[in-house]
Write a protein that binds this ligand. Sequence first.
Ligand SMILES: NC(=O)c1ccc[n+]([C@@H]2O[C@H](COP(=O)([O-])OP(=O)(O)OC[C@H]3O[C@@H](n4cnc5c(N)ncnc54)[C@H](O)[C@@H]3O)[C@@H](O)[C@H]2O)c1
Length: 251
Amino acid sequence: MRRQRLEGKVALITGAAGGIGSASAALFEAEGAKLALTDLDVTSLAPFAERGALTLVQDVTEEGRWRDVVEAVIARFGRLDVLVNNAGIALIGNIETTTLADWRKTQTINAESVFLGCREAVRVMKGQGGSIINISSVAGLIGDAQSAAYCASKGAVRLLTKSVALYCARKGYGVRCNSVHPSFTRTNMVEGFIATARNPDRVREGLAAAAPLGRMGEASEVAAAILYLASDESAFTTGAEMVVDGGLTAQ
Ligand SMILES: NC(=O)c1ccc[n+]([C@@H]2O[C@H](COP(=O)([O-])OP(=O)(O)OC[C@H]3O[C@@H](n4cnc5c(N)ncnc54)[C@H](O)[C@@H]3O)[C@@H](O)[C@H]2O)c1
């Protein structure tokens, strides 16, 4: 039987009840990882819990909760090898329409939480090694006129990732840190956006056409990239940007 790609590894995934988070959890589980899954509501994660996962309610913006969650993971499984900072929101708004409240909410959930997660993970991974995967977006690489706050938050995740990667490499911690940059992926985040549009079918077609491959991505396709970065197959990869975008940013 082939060796499972995450055999013996303990992985913590935030936003695990969402599209990309739950697809990653399923793939990680199939590849032998022990799972800790968190979200604002973990009801939908009950099947994972029944199969041995630790599921915890976590608001990723709460500093103190990060310590509790990581300590709970160590109490259950003895270590933490992989952190996927995946929780996030997308608020639509350009530079004229974005309120300060929406700006702050977006930075707190999408960027500040990744800082908190990285800091907590490095604390327990240093010495033993580990892999941190931060979910950014193509909006962290190129601009989008209608996503001012979202672009800023995802750009912050991209460069925070590189800072963490360099620091851990130079310290010899054995901790890698990489970012993943999906384009439009079929999850609640995008379906919610489509549903509120005046002409949902046209918006759906436009999102599909945005990628040269002519369709939206699937959560499982993003999860496959996350799995690679979590596994030892990517042992020489740190500070990298993994694009999963159907060719969108190649243009
Ligand atoms: N779907 C896309 O097209 C797309 C593209 C690029 C990047 N992303 C990024 O991928 C990640 C996952 O998004 P998704 O598409 O699976 O969306 P989703 O809405 O299906 O999942 C996001 C999850 O994050 C959780 N969450 C939100 N705020 C939280 C908080 N404060 N604390 C804890 N959990 C919180 C939500 O409850 C939800 O389960 C996000 O960071 C998103 O920005 C998504």
